[in-house]
Write a protein that binds this ligand. Structure first.
Ligand SMILES: Cc1cc2nc3c(=O)[nH]c(=O)nc-3n(C[C@H](O)[C@H](O)[C@H](O)COP(=O)(O)OP(=O)(O)OC[C@H]3O[C@@H](n4cnc5c(N)ncnc54)[C@H](O)[C@@H]3O)c2cc1C
Length: 440
């Protein structure tokens, strides 16, 4: 059990996992020493965090009942708590399902005793809804369309900044710096971190909320400490996904301004779900693509793993032609002729950490006392922002329910990647433009 006077916390990574942890810790222990460390300032114009984005889907439409329950808990906060409310838009969701997903979601709501305006529609009925916005979508293989009017999206980067500011107001410290390695005492207990700039930060608890960078940081720390069991191994894989936006003209904006979130759901055999988010106040409509890829490199002599590109901004704005075509494809399968004349802008590659089961890892690290892992958003972690920290604090204090301890464990049996439609299936090197490939 943590006590205010003895415990101190370094949280590496100020995305939703890290910021939510800092916020919940400082609310519980107002006098505790809690420090967020991130390579980017929280209010920087450009950040590498997956959590830093124009918008993210906020929904409880899960076939997994645990995430359905947690997402409902988080969504209630998005909907009613004054800190979060300004960032949530309850636009509804329109989900083209190629499996029993719609029925599974409806059943989960029932099992949890939640009533909401959600139903499964036959295709012909669904495509006429919302003024026919999805009339020309690709319905090949679709069984039915799930419409949940209580789902929506959040202004992701704005909410992240606001909650970080709130945590700082409450006493959390924020240190800008790249963590180069973890520090250990003689008993192999993690005692803090060392930054690339030479700063040493010490704490009783070090929590890695480092997203896609986690395997590389653990690899470096294993090399510098000699504690080889620190390595993530096959537990975590860094995966990249492309997003793209179009700025709607007046006429299209009128038509699409109050659209729901769109999702094209596929099966594990065919590929990941892809999505389209309603326009932002700047009238920008967004998609994410279907190609999820690793970037496997030799990060130390003889050590290969997937990590975001080594540039300080993860090379996130350097998007190849093939990946831009991924967004053109997404446009086509959502809007067909209705989006045929739109110009694509603002492509970005976003990096997240994946497990084969699509579960988070929220767990003590078994190779070193004082070290904790809280990340692996698996392309769906943002929506849990309001409650992640609550569960991470429970983990730090050994109070997580046995069900969640097992689900989010560092060491557990994991399924084959083939059962996870979102698991990275491509290599970035195969997707680059010719001039970049030749430099590899
Ligand atoms: C394209 C895309 C679309 C998505 N859409 C949705 C959606 O609609 N809804 C949803 O719920 N989820 C969505 N997700 C998933 C969600 O964004 C992520 O799961 C979540 O944001 C991950 O949060 P995180 O805190 O683990 O990592 P991040 O947000 O990536 O934060 C990690 C932080 O760690 C810092 N860091 C890493 N290494 C170091 C180091 N060595 N030193 C210092 N700092 C370091 C980074 O700078 C970064 O700020 C999407 C993800 C992507 C990529």
């Amino acid at each position: 059990m943590a006590t205010e006077d003895k415990s101190s916390y370094i949280i590496v990574g100020a995305g939703v996992f890290g910021v939510s942890t800092a916020y919940h810790l400082i609310k519980k222990y107002p006098h505790a020493s809690v420090t967020l460390v991130d390579r980017d300032a929280y209010d920087a114009d450009n950040r590498v965090a997956a959590s830093w984005d124009w918008n993210k889907v906020v929904r409880a439409d899960y076939d997994d009942i645990v995430y359905c329950r947690l997402a409902l808990e988080a969504q209630d906060i998005f909907k009613f708590d004054p800190l979060w409310k300004p960032y949530f838009h309850e636009t509804g969701i329109y989900w083209m399902c190629r499996s029993d997903y719609a029925q599974d979601v409806i059943n989960n709501y029932k099992r949890l005793g939640r009533t909401a305006d959600l139903a499964a529609y036959p295709i012909e009925e669904a495509r006429k809804l919302y003024g026919g916005l999805f009339e020309d979508a690709d319905y090949t293989g679709v069984k039915e369309v799930l419409i949940n009017k209580t789902s929506g999206w959040a202004a992701a980067g704005d909410a992240l900044r606001a909650v970080t500011r709130k945590a700082l107001d409450l006493g959390v410290k924020y240190h800008v710096g790249e963590v180069a390695g973890l520090l250990f005492d003689r008993d192999s207990r993690c005692s803090g971190v060392r930054t690339a700039g030479g700063d040493v930060l010490m704490a009783t608890h070090t929590v890695l909320c480092t997203g896609a960078y986690t395997p590389k940081l653990l690899e470096y720390s294993a090399a510098s400490s000699g504690l080889t069991d620190l390595r993530a191994g096959s537990r975590i894989v860094a995966g990249g996904i492309t997003t793209g936006m179009t700025k709607l003209d007046d006429e299209s904006y009128k038509r699409f301004a109050s659209m729901p979130v769109g999702v094209q759901g596929y099966t594990a055999a065919t590929g990941p779900f892809i999505g389209s988010l309603p326009p932002t106040p700047d009238r920008e409509l967004k998609w994410w693509g279907q190609t999820i890829f690793r970037n496997t490199r030799e990060v130390l002599p003889g050590r290969f793993l997937s990590a975001p590109p080594a540039e300080p901004d993860y090379g996130q704005w350097d998007v190849s032609r093939k990946l831009k075509e991924d967004i053109d494809h997404a446009n086509k399968v959502f809007y067909g002729k209705n989006g045929a004349n739109w110009t694509m802008e603002k492509h970005r590659i976003c990096w997240d950490a994946f497990t084969t089961s699509a579960d988070f890892i929220i767990s003590p690290h078994s190779a070193a006392k004082g070290l904790y892992i809280a990340t692996c958003g698996n392309f769906h972690g943002y929506k849990f922002f309001p409650v992640l920290g609550k569960y991470i604090v429970q983990m730090l204090e050994g109070e997580l329910s046995p069900e969640l301890v097992q689900k989010w464990a560092w060491d557990r049996e994991r399924p084959q990647p083939s059962v996870n439609p979102d698991y990275p299936r491509f290599e970035m090197a195969d997707l680059l433009d010719a001039k970049r490939t030749s430099k590899l």
